[in-house]
Structures are given as C-alpha cells and as structure tokens.
Design a protein around this ligand. Sequence first.
Ligand SMILES: [Zn+2]
Ligand SMILES: [Zn+2]
Length: 256
Amino acid sequence: MKLTVLGAGTFVAEINRTASGYLLEIEDKKIIFDFGRGTIRNLLELGHNLENLDKIFISHVHADHLLELINFIIHLVINPDKKRKYGLDISDKKYQVYGPEGLKNSINSILDAVSFNKQNLEEIISIKEIAPKQILTFDNYTIVPFQAMHNKGLNALGYRVKKSEKIFFYSGDTTYCESIIEGAKDADLAIIEACLKSSENHMNGIEAGLVATKANVKLLMLTHIARTYLSDVEEDLRKTYGGKYLIAEDKLCVKF
Ligand SMILES: [Zn+2]
Ligand SMILES: [Zn+2]
C-alpha cells in the first residue's frame, strides 16, 4: 500500500497545509479518505486524474473533511473534457462514497444550497451510509469502519484497511476511546489526529501516543495538528509513545 497526505491541516487556512485528505493506493486502486479544502489541487499537482479515483470514505461531515467532495461532484458533472480526455462517459463510472449516517443528507443539502441540479447525480455517485464494524469487502482488500467519538451527537468513523497482511488505519477526528485503539490494532501505518493540546472533541499528542502504544502501531503518523500546537505536539507524544512516528505534511508519501 502507498499513502499520500493530501491535506495535513485543519479548518485554519495555511499556505502549505490544506484541510484533511489522504490518498491510499492499493495496487492500481485509489481510495480517498476525507476530502477537505485544497485536496483536489494537491491531487492534480501530484499528477493524479480525478476521474481515476475509485472510492471515497468520509470520516464525518465537518466542513474541513467534506467540502471538497462537493467540488469534486460538480467537477464530475460539468467537466467538458471528460469524454475526450479519458474516454469516459458520465454513465461509464459510478463513484462510491461511504460515510457515517447523515452523510447523504449533508451532501444533498449543500448541493441544494449552491443551486446544483441533482438530476443526474445518482448516475455519477452512490452514497452509502455505513455503521461501525460493518465489514466492506472489495477486490482483494477489506475496510472496516470504527466508531470515533468526536463532537457530541455527530456520527464519526475511523477506517481500518486490510490487504493481505498489511493494515492501515485512519482515525478521522476523535477523542481518546477504546474503539479507536481497536481499529488501530497492529496497524503498519496508523494516521491519528492530535489536533489540540486541550479539547473536548479532539486528542492531543499524549492521547494519540497512548492509542498508538496500546494498539501496537508499527508506524504512527500524527495529523490534523493545529498550527498553534505544532511546536509542542512531539514533546507530548513522547510521554506516551516510544515507537516510530511521522508528523503529517501535505504530499508526504509512505509505502508500507
Ligand atoms: Zn471534525
Ligand atoms: Zn477536523
């Protein structure tokens, strides 16, 4: 598997860190986890064709994880070069978008708010709402969503991907909880959020490190770190985690 960070940042606008997004490549399949502001540009700069993405998984419907999906959908519908460039007809490929309960309503509401004609939408994408622990089996890999505990009343998921003996995990946004430790268990690469030093809705480096230690993660990537916390997060992480780690940056690529 190969993981590329499309967006390591947060809501806050920064020149070198866009909002949340990750590209996981499993052989020739391209899977997106979260689609925040700026991720389309990073995909294009890295030389990916938007038309060649396979599946999209959204962790939760906060704007910094979802809004670029709206731009992507509109791009798919109106891109006049589609047929000429890629030999694709709109009906040739249906994109599959997965996420927690409430995702469909959020996407439809935003499309309505921007006066988008949804007439052909179902021919282009299918939106599937999935529940924690629902095992999704594709070609030669599986994806299992795990419950994340983010803002109260908001459905949020982390995702565990398994291909042969290799395991990838992405936490989405979450506070410290047992289900995230379970989802990250023995991951070869786990991307875990450590947004703020102190927050009701996010983890800090100490908590993210504890997740990684308890889950026996082989390589940890800390992500979604607020700009104001970047200088302190590693010191916090080392209080609870002694293993290998990376701090996420846009376009950082890891093969495992
Ligand atoms: Zn969030
Ligand atoms: Zn977020």
